[in-house]
Design a protein around this ligand. Structure first.
Ligand SMILES: Cc1cc2nc3c(=O)[nH]c(=O)nc-3n(C[C@H](O)[C@H](O)[C@H](O)COP(=O)(O)OP(=O)(O)OC[C@H]3O[C@@H](n4cnc5c(N)ncnc54)[C@H](O)[C@@H]3O)c2cc1C
Length: 448
């Protein structure tokens, strides 16, 4: 069986494995109406759903501007892809992103946990210690007096007309509500917006396939005496030939170790069963790839762990007042309502292939510095909903550049400023004067 078929079959097997809880073929799924009184335990001017790098920037910027902010994060630490996804590197330009990002980098520097600065033109990524980032982000949020709810998942939302009124959350205390004036979707997968019923797009236009996921794992170097291959015989489908490897990137991870990233395509992070299948396949592939490096390449590596969740490049993209296009990026387009910028190349990994393949040919990936307008961060049709980070309003290929953590941070800072302004003026995002947001972004160190 060739590897592509094998991957498909693993996915299919995982889906089938879930059949114990699913309706059998031919059966119609029934539905229930779920209704329950839920206490409104939290009130905020600005509610931020998702504590990745975009959510942290949003929450801190809004709090700095005087808003009462609640941040809801489903895991036990903030940072999203950068921490729980094990990404551990800022791509793009790490200066001029704004004061919140500067503070994050400054704190990592105090812990000696980040590479020295070089401009983007000289080096495209700045590696840091992702365990330390989790601590830095947590302390940053607390310094800004953001009310942080960890292990708390956003579940549903109530609407009056086009206004969101309360989010239903579920943490260990059970279902509780968060009432807020302004909501910001930083979930990466547009969870809040999808539950609210506003428009989203997913994947590439022809079949909805999203940019592929990848999983991160880590090895430490051992002496030849300590070394032995670890995958027991009979487990999974170890890789024997280099050409059978899925796209695997290897780089140093501190002294005496390496980080490896393995591409896991063809799954959907907004579908429960598909995401489950992706996680299962990722954990198997890690061992198949590791076995290749241990047995075939004779690398004296010992497995040192993997990220607790698979890395997600694209979930659902919210339809905003404006949608950023590849043509905008290629033209380095300037916008009157610009509030963030991007510099990274079009990093569009092919969604349906596990090899190192890109949607565009290599000589078409570069883009000049471009701007991101406020309109891309305002959900179309909603009266009090912004978004920041990888679920913002963009074409898939434009997202492949703007999804990097530096641009997501900048979007977050801009949206935090805008959300606090809306809360103060009691106005809709669309009624804000974008020039005022832009002025404040620039005052706070954002270079557009
Ligand atoms: C494999 C991989 C490698 C990458 N490499 C790089 C790189 O080298 N450099 C770089 O700059 N960028 C890289 N990126 C891109 C970058 O990491 C992400 O696009 C960026 O971090 C996204 O930030 P975000 O805050 O928008 O989303 P996320 O980081 O996805 O954060 C979303 C947060 O929302 C939370 N959440 C989601 N749903 C809910 C819910 N229902 N309730 C409560 N909380 C919820 C999540 O737990 C998460 O913390 C990479 C991405 C991947 C997948």
């Amino acid at each position: 069986m060739n590897r592509r078929n094998f991957c498909r079959n693993v996915a299919a097997a995982n889906m089938a494995g879930a059949a114990a809880g699913s309706p059998k073929a031919g059966e119609t799924a029934s539905a229930i109406t779920w209704s329950r009184r839920v206490p409104v335990r939290y009130q905020a001017d600005v509610a931020v759903i998702g504590g990745g790098i975009a959510g942290v920037n949003t929450a801190c910027a809004a709090a700095r501007a005087g808003a009462r902010v609640v941040l809801v994060e489903r895991f036990g630490i903030p940072g999203g892809n950068l921490t729980t996804g094990g990404v551990a590197s800022f791509c793009g330009e790490t200066r001029g992103q704004g004061e919140i990002f500067d503070e994050i980098v400054g704190d990592l520097e105090k812990f000696q946990a980040i590479m020295p600065y070089l401009p983007y033109e000289k080096r495209e990524a700045r590696v840091f210690d992702h365990h330390i980032l989790a601590l830095v982000l947590q302390e940053l949020l607390l310094r800004h007096r953001v009310k942080l709810l960890l292990h708390t998942r956003f579940v549903d939302v109530l609407r009056k007309g086009n206004r969101l009124t309360e989010a239903v959350l579920c943490g260990k205390s059970g279902p509780e509500a968060l009432r807020a004036g302004i909501f910001v979707d930083c979930s990466g997968d547009a969870d809040l917006t999808r539950r609210a019923g506003f428009a989203v797009r997913k994947g590439r236009p022809e079949d909805g396939m999203q940019l592929p996921m990848s999983v991160m794992f880590f090895v430490r170097h051992v002496t030849p005496a300590e070394f032995q291959a670890q995958l027991p015989p009979g487990w999974f489908h170890p890789v024997r030939r280099e050409e059978d490897l899925p796209m695997t990137s290897v780089w140093p991870n501190g002294p005496g170790g390496n980080a490896l990233k393995v591409k896991i395509p063809r799954f959907d992070s907004t579908d429960t069963e598909s995401l489950t299948a992706a996680e299962i396949q990722a954990r198997r592939r890690i061992w198949e790839v590791l076995d290749y490096y241990q047995r075939e390449k004779k690398q004296p590596w010992r497995y040192d762990g993997c990220s607790p969740q698979i890395g997600l490049r694209e979930g659902a993209r919210i339809v905003g007042e404006y949608t950023l296009t590849v043509a905008d990026l290629r033209a380095g387009r300037k916008f009157e309502d610009a509030v963030a910028r991007g510099v990274f190349y079009l990093d569009g990994h092919k969604p349906d292939d596990d090899k190192r393949t890109y949607i565009l040919p290599k000589d078409q990936l570069k883009v000049p510095p471009y701007q991101i307008p406020l309109g891309c961060l305002i959900a179309r049709g909603a009266d009090n909903l912004f978004m920041a980070g990888r679920c913002f309003s963009a074409e898939q290929l434009a997202l492949s550049s703007a999804r990097v953590s530096t641009s997501c941070s900048m979007m977050g800072q801009a949206v935090g400023i805008a959300a606090a302004l809306c809360a103060e003026k009691k106005c809709r995002p669309a009624d804000l004067d974008p020039r005022e947001v832009r002025r404040r972004v620039e005052q706070k160190g954002g270079v557009l």
